[in-house]
Design a protein around this ligand. Structure first.
Ligand SMILES: [Zn+2]
Length: 166
């Protein structure tokens, strides 16, 4: 799932948890829960997309991740600037740590894919397993474009919630 969606959800969750450390843990937990929702980037979704975009053919997964990750990080940067400038509560430690917690799982996964550090392999595997557990169980994932659309809608709704609770 887009890192920005994780960050937006964590912004809302973090607001109701005053303790920064607990907010951080809640952020991490929310990441794993949100990842369960089929959103088009399971292995199935990736395969579908790799067939459409021929330039992804060689070393497709890494290129895919770089492309997806770059766009994702850029959107996240704009989103964070937007909330920090407009909503005072988002500048509190607990909200910031909840956001950090919600982002860290994907940062760790990306780091593992690049560096293959053995010490974090278990985390990489657990994240992947969690990510695909529901998709595999119901044997369904959205095509990536619908997954992206769904996430844009969810992000819009979450931004509305942030606006209303501010
Ligand atoms: Zn994730």
């Amino acid at each position: 799932m887009f890192i920005t969606v994780h960050a937006a959800a964590a912004t809302i969750i973090g607001k109701s948890i005053p303790n920064p450390f607990l907010a951080f843990l809640a952020g991490v937990l929310s990441h794993f829960i949100l990842d369960l929702i089929p959103h088009g980037d399971s292995r199935m979704g990736k395969k579908f997309w790799a067939e459409k975009l021929k330039f992804l053919k060689d070393n497709g997964e890494l290129k895919m991740m770089a492309l997806y990750g770059s766009i994702d990080s850029l959107v996240l940067a704009f989103f964070l600037i937007f909330i920090f400038k407009n909503f005072e509560f988002t500048r509190a430690d607990n909200v910031i740590w909840a956001i950090v917690g919600s982002i860290i799982p994907d940062v760790t996964v990306a780091f593992y894919k690049i560096k293959e550090l053995k010490a974090i392999k278990w985390f990489y595997k657990a994240h992947n397993k969690n990510h695909n557990i529901l998709v595999n169980k119901i044997n369904f994932d959205l095509p990536l474009q619908y997954g992206v659309l769904m996430q844009i809608i969810v992000l819009t709704l979450l931004t509305w919630v942030i606006y209303f609770i501010s």
